[in-house]
Design a protein around this ligand. Structure first.
Ligand SMILES: Nc1ncnc2c1ncn2[C@@H]1O[C@H](COP(=O)(O)OP(=O)(O)O)[C@@H](O)[C@H]1O
Ligand SMILES: O=P(O)(O)OC[C@H]1O[C@](O)(COP(=O)(O)O)[C@@H](O)[C@@H]1O
Ligand SMILES: [Mg+2]
Length: 345
């Protein structure tokens, strides 16, 4: 059996460990051949590929980024995913002599994996995203690393904030789901956590900040990039589009900080953590999760379990139907938000 691997979407710490896990299992244990495509679908169509064997994945688990590169290049040349698009992928896969794909990506990528499998082009998904917003798995690799970096940022902002009696507002990633803000905020003891799922009013936020001041402390507010104030229809965006044509998010903190300062009279500073939370070495947790994901995906290919994704269920990595994983984002449920909201301020 010959398997093609590619990464799609934003990078996520642990992707290298996932590739290594899959290669060691597929090549060394099952006797398969593996080929990696550079920069996602770009490399697949451009013939930019590398053989993946034991030597190719030596020592890569602790490395940040991903050796194959990743991109948001469209898999469907005409962009519609119709018969012609699918035939182009089928033809190209036949030229490479590959029997199936391992696709490392988030919700968008797993949607593609499902479309391909439904069209008779076998694919298995390996879930990644720092946002942790993918269904069918308890956690995605990369999330733990992003949370650790964001929690450390809170710790650091706190000491400078306390010294100046300021309100510090930290913006983290999270387009549609506030998992990073929720977990980092809990870890760092943030007094307010603002997430895309639950808009809040500037009056309420200011009230929380003032109550912290009245207790003699300085506030640390964490906000996910996709957060909206009550009454605001649109998320705050930056200029330009991403590779998939979506508006780039970011900058909500620049809107919030002056509003908080104006309403509370407390000097307020804004920080955008940005891509720092996606860069660098993965945590041990993410390396282990990613390696196990890769192993499970290789085993699934051997067993012919195409159309599935290697999801973490409790302590086990299990193959779940792609249909269970895609279509609906895994957002923060109301009870998880209420649990922290009751202690804001
Ligand atoms: N519904 C879709 N149909 C076809 N291609 C898609 C679809 N959703 C995503 N893609 C492709 O998969 C890529 C990865 O999806 P994206 O949402 O950017 O990242 P992720 O896979 O991490 O969620 C997109 O840039 C796009 O090329
Ligand atoms: O700067 P980029 O690469 O366009 O990505 C920004 C987006 O990617 C993410 O980090 C991860 O998103 P995906 O997992 O869907 O790729 C989002 O939190 C963020 O909005
Ligand atoms: Mg996505």
């Amino acid at each position: 059996m010959r398997i093609g691997v590619l990464c799609s979407g934003g990078d996520s710490p642990g992707m290298n460990a996932a590739i290594r896990g899959a290669v060691l299992r597929a090549v060394e244990v099952h006797g398969f051949e593996m080929i990696g495509f550079m920069d996602g679908w770009r490399g697949f169509f451009a013939g930019d590929s590398v053989p993946l064997d034991r030597r190719a994945v030596r020592g890569i688990s602790p490395l940040g980024g991903v050796i194959l590169g990743t991109s948001r290049v469209q898999p469907f040349l005409a962009g519609r995913g119709d018969a012609g698009d699918l035939q182009a992928i089928r033809d190209r896969a036949a030229e490479y002599g590959i029997d199936g794909f391992l696709l490392i990506g988030g919700n968008g990528t797993q949607t593609v994996a499902q479309l391909l499998t439904a069209a008779g082009i076998p694919a298995i998904g390996l879930p990644k995203t720092i946002d942790n917003d993918l269904g069918g798995t308890d956690y995605t690799f990369g999330f733990d690393t992003a949370v650790s970096i964001a929690a450390e940022a809170i710790d650091r902002l706190r000491t400078t904030g306390e010294s100046h009696r300021r309100c510090m507002v930290l913006e983290v990633m999270g387009r549609d789901a506030g998992w990073i803000a929720l977990h980092a905020g809990m870890a760092g003891g943030a007094q307010v956590m603002l997430i895309p799922e639950f808009p809040e009013s500037i009056e309420q936020i200011s009230e929380w900040v003032l109550s912290v001041r009245d207790r003699g402390r300085s506030s640390l507010v964490i906000v996910a990039e996709g957060f909206r104030l009550v009454g605001s229809d649109e998320q705050v965006t930056r200029d330009g589009l991403d590779g998939f044509g979506r508006k780039r998010l970011g900058g909500v903190v620049e809107l919030l900080a002056p509003l908080i300062e104006e309403r509370t009279g407390i000097e307020t500073r804004a920080t955008v953590l940005g891509h720092l939370q996606r860069g660098g070495s993965p945590t041990a947790f993410d390396r282990v999760l990613a390696t196990r994901t890769g192993i499970a995906a290789a085993d699934a290919a051997r067993a012919g379990q195409w159309g599935t994704m290697a999801g973490l269920r409790g302590d086990r990595v299990e193959m779940v139907p792609l249909a269970e994983a895609v279509g609906r984002l895994k957002t923060v449920p109301a009870d998880r938000y209420e649990e922290v909201r009751l202690t804001f301020g």
